[in-house]
Design a protein. Structure first.
Length: 115
C-alpha cells in the first residue's frame, strides 16, 4: 500500500437565489486533506463539496437560497510530509492610503487564530 499524500483543494460554491436573480455570489474555501492518490483525492473533495451544500429560505416569505457545489478550482498534491504550505488568496484592493515611506511592524502584531 502506498503512503498517503497531502492534497490542497480549492472549492467554489454558487449561492443561488430562487427567482430572477439566480446567481447571487460565490463562496470559496481551501481544504487540506490526505488521500491515497489523485483519483481518491478528487472523490474526497467532491464529497466535501457536496456535503457542504445547503438550502435555506421560505421562512417569513423569503425566496429559497441554495449553496451548490460549482467546481473544484484546484486540486494539488503537496507530498507525504510537507514542511510548509502556502495558500495564495489572491489580490485585494487597498482601502486605506499609505505613503511609500510607511514602515510596517509585523513583529508588533498579534496574529488571530482561526481554530
Amino acid at each position: 500500500m502506498s503512503e498517503r499524500q497531502w492534497y490542497q483543494a480549492e472549492i467554489q460554491w454558487a449561492v443561488m437565489e430562487e427567482g430572477k436573480q439566480g446567481l447571487r455570489e460565490w463562496e470559496e474555501s481551501v481544504y487540506l486533506f490526505q488521500a491515497e492518490n489523485r483519483d481518491a483525492a478528487f472523490q474526497k473533495v467532491l464529497e466535501i463539496g457536496r456535503r457542504d451544500r445547503h438550502l435555506h429560505g421560505h421562512d417569513e416569505g423569503r425566496l429559497w437560497v441554495e449553496t451548490r457545489l460549482a467546481r473544484i478550482a484546484v486540486l494539488e498534491e503537496l507530498g507525504a510530509n510537507p514542511t510548509e504550505i502556502e495558500i495564495y488568496r489572491g489580490i485585494r484592493r487597498a482601502t486605506e492610503r499609505l505613503p511609500f515611506e510607511h514602515e510596517f511592524d509585523p513583529e508588533g502584531t498579534v496574529p488571530m487564530s482561526v481554530f
